[in-house]
Design a protein around this ligand. Structure first.
Ligand SMILES: Nc1ncnc2c1ncn2[C@@H]1O[C@H](COP(=O)(O)OP(=O)(O)OP(=O)(O)O)[C@@H](O)[C@H]1O
Ligand SMILES: [Mg+2]
Length: 404
């Protein structure tokens, strides 16, 4: 769930800590980000990760635990504190509440009661800190044909987004068989999506971020598995768990989809806030784009999220016009990226993104505009409504003999 609350848990007692972990794994709108068995280490952990909720099991040492609650309350006031205890002593309950705890949960903790307590915290939070604005933008990049440019767009859009200091951007390569986002970024990642999925049940934000490889532009990459067989082991529900956790950890998540429109691609598109469907201005691409759009017709959710991005405009003189493409697709064109073969070959062969390789080029600028247009404050189209006549005139200047 995109706006799950992040939870940190401390309880030196292995039994109650594990019971709480088990219960939390079944609560959909909460994500256990970290757990800790020592009171003395917990305040540092909370100060570092600023969870939405800290759950403190107090029965191992009530005095230490109450002191800890006071510290969290003082140093991380935005963290809501829930206490878990088997003791029903009224004085003790009062002291934990006075120290800053919001709720006192009897142990053994009733899952229903914990879930309700988390819901109560959630209801109080948006008013406190405008939580809605923190929602991660998940952008799935789909293609209407092989080689249409999805990886180029995923990587260069990701790097363009990562330029903004308040952004934290991740790229997930879901082209499980032949994905090459790591090559585009000249990275040799230690871990892949397969490793993360294998550990999905003990995954927290710290482990996830450690499993990803950070590019010098700030973009974090989770690449496709190395072994082709590993790809088959990735189940939809595990993928969704990974995506959910990425949503908690990043402001933007870009997903480079495969071209097979398989169950994992579909799950990723459903989890996305936007789907950029890439096409070029040729017949095979546009035909497939129409087919993909037709398939989206069955789902209001997918239909409402899809945006058409035309790649390599100006590629060749005989290209289908943008106006014709819009008519054929019966869909507005959200953005266009110019053809720039030489720059893109350099980008690919050097493993260096456009923002570094050729930041002033027109194509790099088109990626910056695309990144801007995806901001929630943007009013939509990246490129002003298409004027094909101008486009034709431009080409005519160079090839006056061409008939249009
Ligand atoms: N705007 C562009 N101008 C010129 N060349 C481009 C442009 N976009 C992509 N290319 C080139 O097209 C080729 C295919 O691009 P890319 O690998 O990004 O496509 P893809 O859709 O991810 O392919 P695949 O189906 O293999 O995953 C690359 O050589 C890339 O450099
Ligand atoms: Mg690709």
């Amino acid at each position: 769930m995109s706006n799950s609350l992040r939870i940190a848990l401390v309880d030196p007692n292995d039994q109650t800590r594990n019971d709480l972990k088990q219960i939390l794994s079944g609560i959909g709108d909460a994500w256990l980000e970290s757990d800790c068995s020592r009171y003395e280490f917990f305040v540092g952990l909370v100060n570092q990760s600023r969870p939405d909720i800290a759950i403190v099991g107090i029965d191992s040492d009530a005095e230490k635990a109450i002191y800890l609650i006071q510290q969290i309350n003082r140093e991380s006031p935005e963290t809501s504190i829930l206490v878990a205890s088997a003791k029903t002593d009224g004085q003790l309950i009062l002291r934990t509440i006075r120290a800053g705890a919001l709720e006192y949960l009897p142990v053994p903790v009733d899952p229903e009661e914990l879930s309700t307590a988390i819901k109560r915290v959630r209801r109080q939070r948006p008013a406190i800190e405008g939580e809605e604005s923190k929602e991660c933008e998940v952008i799935a990049i789909a293609g209407a044909n092989g080689g249409v440019g999805t990886t180029s767009v995923a990587v260069n859009l990701g790097c363009a987004l990562a330029q903004e200091p308040d952004h934290s951007v991740a790229l997930l390569d879901l082209d499980l068989a032949l994905g090459d986002a790591d090559v585009f970024l000249d990275l040799v990642p230690e871990y892949t999506l397969a490793d993360v999925v294998q550990n999905v049940n003990r995954l927290d934000i710290q482990l996830l971020r450690k499993s990803m490889t950070k590019h010098e532009t700030g973009l974090f990459l989770l690449p496709r598995p190395v072994d082709l067989l590993e790809a088959e082991m990735i189940a939809e529900d595990s993928l969704i768990k990974v995506i959910d956790l990425m949503k908690l950890s990043f402001t933007h998540l870009i997903i480079d989809l495969s071209k097979s429109y398989n169950a994992l691609d579909k799950a990723a598109m459903e989890a996305a806030s936007r789907i950029l469907l890439l096409s070029q201005l040729d017949l095979p691409c546009l035909r497939n784009a129409v087919r993909v759009l037709m398939n989206f017709e069955d789902s209001d959710d997918l239909k409402s999220k899809v945006e058409i991005v035309v790649n390599r405009t100006g590629f060749e003189a005989g290209q289908i016009s943008l106006r014709k493409a819009r008519e054929t697709l019966n869909h507005e064109i959200f953005a266009q990226i110019p053809n720039d073969f030489r720059t893109m070959v350099d980008v690919r062969n050097n493993g260096v993104p456009l923002v570094t390789q050729s930041p002033k080029s027109a194509i790099a600028q088109s990626f910056r505009r695309l990144a801007k247009s995806l901001e929630p404050s943007s009013d939509g189209l990246v490129i002003a409504p298409i004027d094909d006549d101008q486009h034709v005139k431009g080409w005519k200047k160079f090839w006056p003999g061409i008939q249009h």
